[in-house]
Design a protein around this ligand. Structure first.
Ligand code: HEC
Length: 113
């Protein structure tokens, strides 16, 4: 008797870019609410909120995020560019798709959309 093995990825869409980094990354429709904030909330606010946020950089809301977006530190740190502290600190680098989307949002002028 042959037992079938059925593999059902539970979060297929969430992990798609991580599993297949060469998959197309759609940066044409980047918005703060869908592409930027959920990533920062999940990966960054643990250290960047509260009374003494990491590096004195708060990332608790849109206005906070715009400050580091405009001064270049947001993209510099998630891209691990020289001269910036690599973020997330002590964690895995964000997928290149997530980084590209964040950078696109910054280049679009940080719309609150
Ligand atoms: C484990 C805690 C932790 C996490 C998670 C974390 N940070 Fe940081 N972050 C720090 C600390 C601490 C500093 C101060 C600099 C240092 O110690 O490297 C810092 C500094 C920064 C800076 C200033 C960098 C510079 O070169 O001046 C930015 C921007 C930043 N973080 C953004 C982020 C973003 C965006 C994320 C999520 C992708 C993130 N951080 C995740 C702890 C963290």
């Amino acid at each position: 008797m042959v037992m079938g093995i059925l593999i059902v990825p539970s979060c297929y869409n969430d992990n798609y870019q991580d599993l297949y980094p060469s998959a197309p990354c759609d940066t044409t429709q980047v918005t703060y609410s869908v592409d930027v904030w959920p990533v920062l909330k999940a990966q960054c606010t643990g250290c960047h909120s509260g009374d003494s946020p990491g590096g004195n950089v708060a990332l608790e809301n849109y206005n906070d995020v715009v400050i580091v977006a405009k001064n270049g530190k947001l993209v510099g740190s998630v891209r691990h560019n020289p001269g910036y502290s690599p973020m997330p600190k002590d964690g895995a680098k964000l997928s290149s798709c997530k980084i590209n989307k964040i950078e696109k949002w910054v280049n679009d002028g940080t719309p609150n959309n």
